[in-house]
Design a protein around this ligand. Structure first.
Ligand code: MN
Length: 137
């Protein structure tokens, strides 16, 4: 029998746009908004150093980290290291980013609520300077 080591739960999915994700990030969509669920669910894979740009969610977001290590940072606050098994409950209208560390990929399930038809507002990129301050800490 072949041992199954580090087999991902979900496929990597489709590459996410460079306007909103720095580096290589991928989305495997698990659930889209419907008449009962006012949110979407997706598995997002960040390769080394990949991260979202700064952004907000009008009704918040929950991240469940399923693989690897990375960071979550709210504007004006220190970045928090996150790892497999962690859950991050992101408040509404709070500027933040999430992504991998420089030494580990990171995979999370993102449960993202909608307010009317909006679930995210994308802002400016997390600069290499901002990111290197975080990964060096
Ligand atoms: Mn987010």
């Amino acid at each position: 029998m072949i041992a199954q080591i580090n087999t991902p739960i979900f496929p990597r999915g489709e590459q996410l746009p460079k306007e909103w994700f720095t580096g290589n990030a991928f989305l495997y969509q698990l659930l889209t908004k419907d008449e009962n669920n006012e949110f979407s669910v997706g598995s997002v894979t960040f390769e080394l150093e990949a991260r979202t740009v700064w952004h907000t969610h009008p009704k918040g977001q929950v991240l469940i980290i399923t693989e690897g290590e990375g960071f979550y940072q709210e504007k004006g606050k220190p970045a928090k290291p996150i790892k497999k098994g962690d859950v991050v409950n992101i408040p509404e209208n709070t500027e933040h980013w999430h992504g991998a560390s420089a030494t580990s990929k990171m995979v999370h399930i993102a449960i993202t609520n909608y307010k009317n038809d909006v679930q995210v507002t994308w802002l400016q990129a997390v600069s290499n300077e901002e990111y290197s301050m975080v990964v060096k800490q």
